[in-house]
Write a new protein. Structure first.
Length: 307
């Protein structure tokens, strides 16, 4: 029977072999192998530092250079973790901005293309979602969204389940819509979001609206009632509601969509115009006056309108 000491010895031996192989691959002729090894060593973190330091002090060109870079990133990550616990509040806010900047390296634009080269920062960001400082929580959530990395998916799904913290929930929802551009990820995201939606308190309209909006963008709207409520009660979110009304062919909402369009920002008005075109077959774009005139002339041919 194996003793605990024997099992630990075997485990450490396997770990050493794995580390040695990864360190060797830092000098591989294959760029892909070098990148994979670097990422794996980053995620191993502090347990790899001793061997990385030995390699960094060698004369082994590429491997030594990469080892020095990895040491710097691992040590910086450890320092950031400490500072987020111990530094003054103002300093913690500055630190999370730095972490976000580093986490988003490799993912460019809005919505992001490419993906983060620093998934090793996900554990720090995940922990920061529970931070007592609102700005730290928000920056962590936005970082996870913009990383556009498959490893952030489970953390984002956890984050949308924070019904009272929109500073975390909204960026998480947005991040899920970006990750959901990939079909295989969307197949995992949609059922999870539907489950979250069903579990929310019906009185928590903001949380329900955020999840409903995300499901609509992902092509799986959660039923017309929630979007009708959104159109009635949240003028600032009328564009996404109008899009849903068009999806469900809810012609009784035409007058209210036109009303909301009159005070909507340009981009939202464009979405509402497109929704009205789908509902009516007319093509007036975002010209509110033309929609008003046309609808008043043809109101009798449509269902009774909601207010």
């Amino acid at each position: 029977m194996l003793t605990v000491e024997c099992i630990l010895t075997v485990f450490l031996s396997v770990q050493d072999v794995t580390l040695d192989r990864l360190l060797e691959n830092l000098g591989s002729e294959s760029l892909e192998l070098r990148e994979v090894a670097s990422q794996a060593l980053l995620e191993i973190g502090e347990p790899a530092l001793a061997k990385l330091r030995t390699l960094a002090s060698s004369l082994d060109g590429e491997r030594a250079t990469r080892a020095k870079s990895l040491i710097g990133m691992i040590e910086q990550r450890s320092e950031w973790t400490r500072q987020l616990k111990e530094a003054p509040a103002e300093e913690q806010e500055r630190i999370i901005v730095k972490i976000r900047e580093e986490a988003e390296r490799g993912a460019e634009g809005t919505p992001p293309s490419g993906k983060s080269r620093r998934p090793d920062l996900i554990p720090i960001l995940r922990g920061s979602l529970e931070h007592p400082i609102k700005e730290v929580r928000a920056q962590a959530a936005w970082a996870l969204a913009y990383m556009n990395h498959e490893k952030s998916l489970p953390v984002l799904l956890e984050a949308v389940q924070k019904p009272k913290d929109r500073d975390v929930r909204y960026p998480a929802c947005l991040g899920l819509t970006w990750l959901g551009r990939d079909e295989s990820r969307r197949l995992a995201i949609v059922p999870a979001l539907e489950k979250v939606f069903e579990s929310l308190d019906p009185k928590n309209l903001d949380a329900r609206f955020d999840i409903a909006e995300t499901l609509l963008v992902l092509g799986k709207p959660s039923g017309p009632e929630i979007y009708e409520d959104l159109l009635k009660t949240r003028p600032g979110r009328a564009a996404i509601a109008a899009k849903a009304m068009a999806h469900y062919a809810r012609k009784e909402t035409i007058a209210l969509i036109i009303k909301r369009m009159a005070s909507a920002p340009t981009e939202d008005a464009k979405v509402m115009g497109e929704s009205l075109e789908r509902l009516t077959g007319q093509h007036f774009g975002d010209d509110v006056a033309r929609w008003y005139r046309w609808f008043e002339k043809n109101r009798a041919s449509f269902p009774e309108q909601i207010e």
